[in-house]
Ligand binder design. Structure first.
Ligand code: ADP
Length: 386
């Protein structure tokens, strides 16, 4: 049976996975379970929707991971799983490079859960579920924070007392695996400009931007947590910290209620009252949905502008992830707020999904690149596991 490497991306309500034959860059199989905890749905290359058996809102994340592993092993044509690589959102200050999982590493990563309460427990839960399935299978963790380790200290600091900075209350940044992929392929799309001042906009359910120079991260819009920066599907993005004090002291909300409000009930969902999904908002057409889209675009342009002093200007802007790759309307809406930079897009190229969408006269090149976080993870896994 052929050897395969499995990549897992376990989120709060979804599990995505891809299987790779040794040394191949394209996966032989991709699958996902969405709606975990609400209405779970399974889909995978060539599989029936009920291949994992009955999935209910009560089916725990860990069991779903184990059912996926059971389903893969029941199909010898998918090969023999020899290693599993995971997307792990937070590596804290100790882990900037991918790492082989040991009990000690897992313990250290567990201690970081309060820094990413919506993501880290699910990422680590998938690692534990794989351990429960085959205890000695090599597993590798790749971190969303890792790519940002190159940032100068000043760009990571808050204006807080030094003791808190020393304790690690700093900007970490996320979506690093996506940025690592884009940084790698930038020269293919932009030639020499790739090594200049580039902002990459990763616009998915979670959304952030990374300002790069020489294809290294210099500044990013997400900070200490994955709440900061842009307005997202369900997260509020940057907010006056005074609002948090008011919610608790003025409105009597508990910290848990505030956490739920900021992570789950805000963003496009909260503003529109319709959906957290950009595609649904675009099709909905209610005034609130339109306003949510406009706010998303304005805040994205503002956040981009905030990173520019760190890289001294802008040579290229790249859109990626679900919204960035698929929504001409949002790309156009964001770029409309950036005309003051001499940035101009070719609306026809934008609508037809071209790779490069800037107008000839534009001072800034603008491109659309599909990201591949799984491809980055499998590469690191091969480096570490062989
Ligand atoms: P994540 O990986 O963070 O869960 P994705 O990168 O898959 O998210 O992006 C999901 C977002 O992309 C959702 O808001 C979804 O509505 C949006 N999206 C996907 N396809 C389209 C499309 N054709 N037009 C507009 N938005 C889209």
């Amino acid at each position: 049976m052929a050897d395969v490497q499995l990549v897992m991306n376990a989120g709060s309500s979804s599990l995505k996975f891809s299987a790779y034959a040794s040394h191949e860059n394209d996966p032989i199989l991709k699958g996902k379970v969405t709606g975990i905890g609400r209405a779970p749905e399974f889909s995978a290359t060539g599989a029936q929707a009920d291949a994992l058996g009955e999935l209910t809102p009560e089916t725990p994340h860990g069991e779903i991971v184990q059912r996926v592993l059971g389903w893969l092993t029941a199909h010898p044509e998918f090969g023999d799983i020899r290693a599993v690589g995971h997307r792990v959102v937070h590596g804290g200050r100790d882990f900037s490079k991918p790492v082989l999982i040991t009990d000690k590493v897992l313990q250290q990563l567990t201690e970081l859960e309060p820094l990413a309460p919506s993501h880290q427990p699910h990422n680590l839960g998938a690692i534990r579920a794989v351990q429960g399935w085959k205890a000695d299978l090599p597993q590798v963790a790749c971190f969303d924070t890792g790519f940002h380790a190159s940032q100068p200290k000043l760009n990571k600091m808050f204006g807080l007392p030094r003791a808190l900075t020393d304790q690690g209350v700093i900007r970490y940044g996320f979506h690093g695996l996506s940025y690592e992929y884009i940084a790698r392929v930038l020269p293919r799309h932009f030639g020499e400009v790739a090594d200049g001042r580039v902002v990459v906009a990763h616009l998915g359910n979670g959304a952030s931007m990374c300002a790069m120079n020489g294809r290294r991260s210099v500044a990013t819009t997400m900070g200490f947590s994955a709440l900061d920066g842009l307005v997202m599907g369900r997260r509020c993005g940057s907010i006056d910290p005074g609002v948090l004090i008011y919610l608790q002291q003025g409105l009597g909300m508990t910290p848990q209620q505030v956490e739920k409000l900021l992570y789950k009930e805000s963003g496009l969902q909260g503003v529109s009252g319709v959906s957290n999904a950009m595609q649904v908002l675009q099709e909905s057409g209610t005034p609130e949905a339109m306003e949510a889209i406009e706010l998303f675009c304005l805040r994205a342009a503002q956040e981009l502008s905030r990173t520019l002093p760190c890289i001294g200007g802008l040579d290229a802007l790249v859109f990626t992830a679900g919204i960035g790759e698929n929504s001409p309307r949002v790309r156009s809406g964001i770029c409309a707020h950036l005309k003051w930079l001499g940035l101009e897009i070719d609306e026809n190229a934008n609508e037809t999904g071209a790779d490069l969408i800037h107008a000839k006269a534009s001072a800034v090149q603008v491109g659309v690149i599909a990201t591949d976080e799984e491809g980055v993870i499998v590469g690191h896994m091969r480096d570490l596991v062989g």
